[in-house]
Design a binder for this molecule. Structure first.
Ligand SMILES: Nc1nc2c(ncn2[C@@H]2O[C@H](COP(=O)(O)OP(=O)(O)OP(=O)(O)O)[C@@H](O)[C@H]2O)c(=O)[nH]1
Length: 388
């Protein structure tokens, strides 16, 4: 059963989903945004980094500034190569974060070199390092803890070097150190807030999507989603890759009598239990369980031949028939009837979603007429094969 996105916890310090699968789903959905933001950030940062070369030339003269200019030039060259790499990578977010880490490290290292060659400007460099830390933490997309590690460690190295050189008064060095530390703290808090807000938004979107595509009583997909996307999508995939696909239509037997005898709450409990059983006995993330009507469910089984689908329907039928669901002082029990339609898209490309559902539905009613608690199956386009 799919985990409820409304309860997905976000780690306070890391600003990531605690559940690795939820975090991976979030990053997968956000990959285009992350790549776009990385591209913009690297272009803007590289441009500014180059523009500040003017200060090197003014401070050192053109010949003296050449080593600094060469060091600065490394940054945009890496940005260009890194962006190409991230765009083509199989796992774009991981690649984007790798590129962000190397870019920021490279930026800080080359800046140490630039600062070392202009020792008279230590205080100005301190301001720049503080601003660069803020940019690393807030503007360049990366994992929060990686950004914090890079920004803070490089800031500390710069501050330590400034203290070792001690070319400024102690009063100025203290102020500069505080400024650099404040920039890191401010950047980390803002980045943490952004990371959590971003995930909260995603969580809200997931909840809203879930509300619109799932049935609130059973948690199964609803018929609207089936009609809007599910079945057409699965059939298109089966057709494209010439795969098999099966449908199971199932309906509880004697459900009205349960409602009439024990009340609607009891009926609801039975529906929930049946839906749980269907979810538990089908393949997570591959098969889909849909609440098709009141006490009617449809299971979509991609890449499944008819014999496999019949075997599953039989197992569910037997398991449900053996279930006793405690309700107040009673034990609720009933059976279900199943219609299974199989399609082989390698042989029959023209099968439509409507025809498959109609066949599964007919077979389910056939099972009802045959005495209920049965499975009926048929390969679509290849004649009827009845299964007891
Ligand atoms: N408790 C509950 N009952 C529902 C829900 N949706 C539909 N029903 C009831 O399900 C019953 C279905 O009755 P029938 O179609 O006669 O089905 P049945 O009694 O199972 O008979 P067979 O299918 O022929 O075995 C109706 O009484 C509906 O009101 C629901 O969400 N909760």
């Amino acid at each position: 059963m799919t985990s409820d996105p409304s309860t997905a916890a976000i780690a306070r310090l890391r600003g990531e989903f605690v559940c690795a699968a939820t975090e991976a789903g979030f990053l997968h959905e956000q990959a285009p945004t992350i790549l776009r933001d990385l591209r913009r950030a690297l272009i803007v940062c590289s441009l500014f980094y180059l523009m500040f070369s003017v200060a090197d030339v003014l401070a050192l003269g053109l010949p003296g500034a050449i080593p600094s200019l060469l060091a600065r030039a490394v940054v945009p060259v890496f940005a260009w190569a890194g962006l190409r790499h991230a765009r083509r990578a199989a796992t774009p977010v991981k690649a984007a974060y790798r590129v962000a880490s190397v870019f920021t490290l490279l930026g800080m290292l080359t800046y140490m070199f630039v600062a070392w060659r202009r020792p008279a400007d230590t205080l100005l460099h301190g301001t720049s390092v503080g601003l660069m830390a803020v940019v690393i933490l807030i503007f360049i997309p990366n994992r929060l803890r990686t950004s914090v590690a890079i920004a803070l460690s490089s800031s500390l190295v710069f501050v330590a070097l400034a203290w070792i050189q001690h070319l400024e008064t102690t009063r100025h060095l203290v102020s500069m150190t505080m400024l650099v530390l404040f920039a890191n703290a401010f950047g980390a808090v803002a980045a943490n807030r952004h990371a959590r807000l971003w995930r909260e938004q995603y969580r809200t979107r997931q909840v809203l999507t879930n509300l619109s595509v799932r049935d609130p009583l059973t948690g199964c997909y609803n018929r609207r989603h089936l009609n809007a996307a599910l079945l057409d999508g699965e059939i298109a995939r089966a057709r494209r890759y010439r795969l098999s696909l099966s449908l199971i239509m199932c309906d509880l037997d004697g459900f009205k009598a349960i409602n009439d005898t024990y009340g609607h709450h009891a009926g609801d409990e039975l529906l929930r239990r049946f839906a749980d059983l269907l979810q538990a006995m089908t393949r997570e993330s591959i098969d889909t369980v849909v609440r098709y009507g009141g006490e009617e469910f449809l299971i979509i089984l991609p890449e499944t031949r008819l014999d496999g689908a019949v075997e599953l329907a039989e197992r569910v039928r037997a398991a449900f028939a053996a279930e006793r669901i405690p309700y107040n002082d009673a034990a609720l029990a009933t059976t279900a009837s199943f219609g299974v339609a199989g399609a082989d898209f390698a042989a029959h490309q023209a099968i439509t979603p409507q025809s498959l559902i109609a066949v599964a539905d007919d077979l389910m009613y056939d099972a009802k007429r045959g005495g209920r608690n049965q499975v009926r199956a048929r390969q679509v386009e290849t004649g009827i094969a009845r299964v007891a």
